[in-house]
Design a protein. Structure first.
Ligand SMILES: C[S@@+](CC[C@H](N)C(=O)[O-])C[C@H]1O[C@@H](n2cnc3c(N)ncnc32)[C@H](O)[C@@H]1O
Length: 244
């Protein structure tokens, strides 16, 4: 049972299960999720919510939110920090997406999956997106955000990734299982061994294959990231996909 949320450092809050950090602010795609959430055609799901940076903002905006995380302790802390007047619109769902959580088809209004898909291999990303398509109502949207390879603490991967991009037969150029060997040694204890660096071609292809229409897809900078992570304005990638 966790006692409290670990202290923030450089705008990042460590997760309790060494799966990276929660940001203390909302990126442009998460902000779009929070704005859309109260108008979504059903309850919204925040996958990998951690301590609830986006869930709390969506609740504050009036949405009905299901917060999911692999680590139930994160969700207990989120609930503890949810103002009483919002708690009736918050449900908690601990478990690993996509294998251990489920919803009836055509029930959700929107899904945020922020900085979680980038831990999955290619086939799991495809399986995940196919499930989201089934769970969403028509008009529902997915907001997905992940890191690109263009992070200072990951720059050892850049030549390897760019070399893979030259091979048109490599469907998953961003997937690596040796994070701990190549990343900046200072961050390795905070991360799992596998990472899937995002790019817009791969993201768009996966969402279109599942049946989604793309509303927006963009690479964006993270000026708010700490100096040890920020590189050149291409740190993250995001997509908004609509179920027709
Ligand atoms: C890097 S943090 C991101 C937190 C927050 N969404 C953000 O963007 O700041 C990843 C979070 O996703 C959770 N997570 C990782 N894999 C998951 C999975 N398969 N299903 C549900 N949650 C997962 C971790 O426990 C952690 O809290």
């Amino acid at each position: 049972m966790p006692i409290d949320i670990p202290p923030e450092k450089d705008g990042l809050v460590p997760t309790l299960n060494h799966m990276g950090w929660m940001t203390v602010g909302l990126d442009q795609f998460s902000r779009s999720f929070v704005d859309f959430a109260p108008h979504a055609p059903g309850p919204v799901l925040d996958i990998g919510a951690a301590y609830g940076i986006a869930s709390l903002a969506a609740l504050k905006n009036g949405a009905t939110v299901i917060a999911n995380d692999l680590d139930a302790r994160h969700l207990e802390l989120l609930e503890k920090n949810t103002p009483k007047n919002h708690r009736s619109r918050l449900s908690l769902m601990a478990g690993a997406f996509p294998e251990n959580i489920s919803f009836a088809d055509h029930t959700l209004g929107a899904v945020l999956i922020c900085r979680v898909l980038h831990f999955f291999d290619g086939p799991t990303i495809e399986k995940s997106i196919a499930k989201l398509f089934r769970w969403l109502k028509s008009g529902g949207k997915v907001f997905a955000i992940g890191e690109t390879v263009y992070l200072k603490n990951m720059q050892g991967f850049i030549p390897l990734y760019e070399n893979r991009l030259k091979n048109p037969d490599d469907a998953w150029p961003g997937y690596f299982e040796n994070v701990h060997e190549i990343c900046d040694p200072d961050v390795k204890d905070a991360l799992p061994p596998q990472i899937h660096f995002f790019d817009l071609n791969t993201l768009t292809r996966c969402f279109e294959k599942a049946g989604f229409t793309i509303e927006k897809a963009a690479i964006f900078g993270r000026p708010e990231y700490p100096e040890w992570a920020r590189l050149d304005g291409r740190e993250s990638a995001g997509i908004i996909a609509i179920k027709p």
